[in-house]
Design a protein around this ligand. Structure first.
Ligand code: HEC
Ligand code: HEC
Length: 494
């Protein structure tokens, strides 16, 4: 592979960095029974008699997303966790900061979307500064958190002569679901302690802060009332607040009484917290299937003529539905507008991505390429051979809510690197990637490319899809119809 990537970045991309830290202490000396219970997100409800709080019904190890998302206590807890800004290093950033329902499950930051298209971490100080642990900036655009929980675990499949991958979470599929059978749960273990997001130094900090809310009523449903109060037996270190306020903090837990290990309890609780987050993400609160298109499918709404033409184009001439599926899927779910596969659309580099001037996680300067799924597979013993064909491919996102904004003037950013700023630009790119000339500079921003009538070269040309997009021969009016249809996919304001 000529594209060498710094080990640190690779670790981050593989999730090994974060995951490794999260589970390092878990590995030591835990009975396999406990381990499998943790991995399947089973709640340890039983508490010794001294703690006689009512024991909540345990959540079945194999509970489906539907069952989880209909458990109202669990969903309410998940919502409170999702919206808790304390679950980040500087207590300034919740999941909802980057995944606001009003912004279609993406970042409610008009400025960030316009200037960069990628987003800052908890210890961010300013775009003008070089990215570092104390000025953390991500290098990928926010994916919507809505409908993401429906993604099945990552799977390798044969399609004709070629191998394709399906499922997983994140643009590169690194939240695989291999450990728990639930990609969404594994995804939720990463952000609060993620180097580029919440930046908390350890899972114990997340658990501690969930158990010690800083505002009364912040958690209408307590952790204990869903998962039991065994967690109360943990004796927290006195300096935990100090440790959890530093990127390099460490949390040393005591409390290794008979039949009780604080470390194990933290792992169980952390897993339970991620389960609650996933339940909330999959619930009607975040994934309501309440768009005008859903109403139309049920005969409760009509589409305007232009929207209807857009729907036909989406399913036909424009080929969108071959990846953004409009049919009820094979698990009986309503259309999710993704087939969960990965593809390389030939998206240009986003010149405003701070990764190009970061020496912190990138040692290649402007040579850096985002390898997507292939970059992740390189880190996996069992899939390394598949990596070359999957380089530069990214998860097909749902296009539900792509048009949703908190106000009409708000700018969204699209694709894994946030290169595009409007749906018109996106559709124009699908239509004319191969028919317009190449821009002279690979660093041409989208507005400039549109003005010059050219497209910059792809970020990763080798694996680009040349059969399903690039020269669709759509007229300007047809492009407009497609955008009109995309606008019918916004869920009702609730
Ligand atoms: C600093 C902004 C930021 C914060 C805070 C944040 N996220 Fe994200 N989220 C992102 C970015 C960026 C991605 C895509 C990253 C990638 O693919 O490498 C993402 C991806 C996701 C996805 C994957 C969607 C899919 O289709 O696979 C989910 C789900 C998600 N985040 C949920 C959460 C939860 C839960 C929290 C809080 C614990 C959270 N996020 C906090 C920025 C953020
Ligand atoms: C070959 C599969 C494929 C086809 C065909 C396809 N898409 Fe996509 N779509 C993707 C992938 C993969 C991404 C993410 C690519 C990336 O970020 O690098 C994406 C991203 C998008 C996004 C951005 C979503 C976001 O959250 O950033 C929109 C909007 C979109 N597609 C609309 C369409 C429309 C409209 C069509 C038809 C004109 C279409 N797509 C055809 C695979 C496809």
């Amino acid at each position: 592979m000529e594209n060498r990537i710094s080990q640190e970045l690779l670790d981050f991309v593989s999730g090994a960095w974060v995951w490794g830290r999260a589970w390092a202490s878990l590995k030591a000396g835990i009975q396999s029974l406990v381990l499998s219970a943790i991995l399947f997100g089973m709640a340890f409800g039983a508490v010794p008699a001294a703690h006689a709080a009512p024991t909540p019904a345990p959540i079945a190890a194999d509970a489906s997303l539907l069952q989880l998302s209909q458990n109202r206590q669990l969903v309410s807890l998940g919502k409170a966790i999702f919206e808790d800004e304390n679950l980040s290093l500087r207590r300034n950033m919740s999941c909802a900061t980057c995944h606001a329902i009003r912004a279609g499950g993406t970042a409610e930051s008009d400025l960030g979307n316009r200037l960069a298209g990628v987003h800052q971490g908890s210890a961010f100080q300013g775009f003008a500064l070089e990215p570092s642990a104390d000025n953390a900036m991500g290098f990928r655009n926010v994916q919507t958190s809505a409908y993401a929980a429906f993604s099945p675990p990552l799977k390798r499949l044969h399609q004709g002569d070629s191998v394709i991958f399906e499922g997983g979470n994140f643009w590169d599929g690194r939240a695989t679901g291999f450990m728990t059978g639930r990609a969404g749960q594994e995804q939720a273990t990463q952000p609060a302690i993620g180097t580029l997001e919440g930046q908390l130094p350890a899972p114990a900090c997340v658990v501690y802060r969930v158990l010690h809310p800083d505002r009364k009523g912040q958690y209408p449903v307590s952790y204990q009332s869903v998962f039991g109060s065994r967690i109360d037996l943990i004796r927290w270190p006195k300096d935990i607040d100090t440790q959890c306020s530093s990127v390099k903090g460490t949390v040393q837990l005591e409390g290794q009484a008979r039949h009780f290990s604080s470390d194990t309890q933290i792992q169980v609780a952390y897993s339970n917290i991620s389960l609650a987050l996933m339940a909330y993400e999959g619930s009607a609160a975040m994934s309501p299937f309440s768009s005008r298109y859903d109403d139309f499918l049920q005969g409760k709404a009509v589409l305007a003529a232009s929207e209807k033409r857009g729907l036909s184009l989406f399913n036909g001439k424009a080929k969108c539905a071959s990846c953004h599926a409009t049919q009820v899927n094979n698990r009986g779910l309503k259309p999710l507008f993704t087939d969960y596969t990965y593809d390389n659309l030939g998206i240009p580099r986003n010149p405003a991505n701070p990764i190009y001037r970061s020496t912190w996680i990138n040692n290649q300067g402007r040579q850096w390429q985002d390898l997507g799924l292939g970059g992740f597979l390189l880190t996996q013993d069992s899939y390394r051979e598949d990596a070359p064909d999957q380089m530069g491919k990214f998860k097909v996102p749902t296009v539900r809510n792509v048009a949703r904004t908190p106000d009409p003037k708000f700018t969204r950013a699209y694709m894994h690197n946030g290169y595009f700023k409007t749906l018109e630009q996106v559709v124009d790119f699908y239509n004319s990637r191969d028919s317009k000339p190449r821009c002279a500079s690979p660093w041409t921003p989208v507005e400039e490319a549109e003005r010059q009538g050219c497209w910059p070269e792809p970020e990763y040309p080798q694996t680009m899809n040349t059969t399903e997009l690039g020269n669709l021969k759509l007229t300007a009016a047809e492009q407009g119809d497609l955008v009109a249809f995309l606008r019918t996919l916004s869920d009702r304001q609730s």
